[in-house]
Design a protein around this ligand. Structure first.
Ligand SMILES: C[S@@+](CC[C@H](N)C(=O)[O-])C[C@H]1O[C@@H](n2cnc3c(N)ncnc32)[C@H](O)[C@@H]1O
Length: 349
């Protein structure tokens, strides 16, 4: 049971949609020790950062209904006072409208899939808006399935070996989720997380402090104790500017990297030529040897444009046969597998 509550709590802090949560059966939920565990791991106010009020209310309402349903003997079974008190205080909190709630920026805590080599939880927290739809100007405001898929691979021993100790650059980083995990848990020498949207860069900087551990208040004063992630504005096709913080990647030499990362960058065929010329720039001028890219196959033709473009540029595109398990079997970085994601290692022939 502890495993199920642990998984439910990880899904809850990732703000997983209610129908996709792994909830124990009603007759199990009603047990006092299970209700206590739900309170302790999900609803205790001292847990931070808490999910937004609207989401917390939805999940607690769902759980209370299920607990009530599990009551067999009304003289003995009851709902835990702490849960009822929490419900009361959630009811009294002001609620944003559904549109405001969808656009609201929230903390989202992601837990890596369980792994024998890492018995304790590896988590990162982003700040994002879950209501974003693809095609708008703010696609980087939420973390997409391709990023969760790619990070599931990078968190595995085979993936970790590709980035540990390396100088990494991420393209179109959005919320910075991939780079945050690389900097906090995968032992990269440094990762420059780039995007063209200045607001995303500012949010990523806040996330660097947020993910730099309990000492982050001091860390704000002392750059050396922050995780080695350096958010920077980079619009493809323009020169990448070095910032003061990138010092750990070599202070005096030209900016060089070993590996580039990208997730969900091939959603529009018109973007592909610029993306490919950017990858060529990274190979030719920034020392990159490997570009690891994960693409959601929304449109086979768009993806094919990318592969054909790789060939035309004499890039070798090697398919990585990593597949995320189905959603119900995932133990972390929860994401839908309804639309397939393909991962490739791109290098120069
Ligand atoms: C679909 S989002 C993916 C975000 C993130 N990689 C993920 O998978 O969650 C695409 C990202 O690429 C960025 N982007 C698109 N075109 C770009 C360009 N020409 N230069 C830099 N960033 C770009 C967008 O701002 C956005 O953050």
């Amino acid at each position: 049971m502890a495993d199920t509550i642990h998984k439910l709590s990880a899904q809850y802090f990732q703000l997983v949609d209610p129908p996709d949560l792994t909830i124990p059966p009603d007759d199990v939920l009603v047990r006092p020790e299970v209700q206590k565990a739900l309170y302790k791991h999900m609803f205790d106010e001292s847990l931070t950062p808490l999910p937004p009020t609207t989401y917390r209310s939805r999940i607690l309402k769902l759980l209370l209904a299920r607990i009530e349903n599990g009551i067999q003997n009304p003289d003995e079974d009851e709902i835990l006072d702490d849960l009822m008190e929490c419900w009361g205080s959630l009811l009294s909190e002001p609620k944003p409208s559904p549109i405001e709630a969808a656009q609201q920026l929230s903390h989202v805590k992601y837990t890596a899939p369980q792994s024998e080599s890492h018995p304790s939880d590896r988590t990162v927290t982003t700040i994002e808006s879950r209501g974003v739809i693809l095609g708008g100007g703010t696609t980087g405001n939420r973390t997409w399935e391709a990023a969760l898929h790619l990070e599931s691979f990078l968190a595995s021993p085979a993936g970790e070996a590709l980035v540990t100790g390396k100088r990494v650059i991420e393209l179109g980083a959005g919320t910075g989720f991939l780079s945050l995990f690389c900097a906090r848990h995968l032992g990269v020498r440094g990762v420059v997380a780039t995007d063209r949207e200045p607001a995303l860069i500012e949010t990523m900087k806040e996330c660097v402090r947020l993910n730099s551990g309990p000492e982050s208040t001091q860390a704000q004063l002392d750059q050396r104790s922050l995780i080695p992630m350096y958010p920077a504005i980079w619009d493809w096709g323009t020169p990448l500017q070095r910032t003061e913080e990138m010092g750990s990647l070599g202070r005096n030499e030209a900016l060089k990297f070993d590996v580039a990362l990208g997730a969900d960058l091939i959603y529009d065929a018109d973007l592909v030529p610029l993306l490919l010329s950017t990858v060529r720039d990274l190979f030719e001028n920034y020392g990159v040897k490997l570009f690891i890219i994960a693409a959601t196959l929304r449109n086979e033709a768009t993806f094919q444009t990318f592969l054909t473009g790789c060939e035309a540029n004499s890039f070798k595109a090697e398919y990585i046969p990593f597949q995320s398990p189905a959603l119900e079997e995932q133990t972390g970085f929860f994401h839908s597998t309804n639309i397939p994601v393909r991962t490739y290692c791109i290098s120069r022939n």
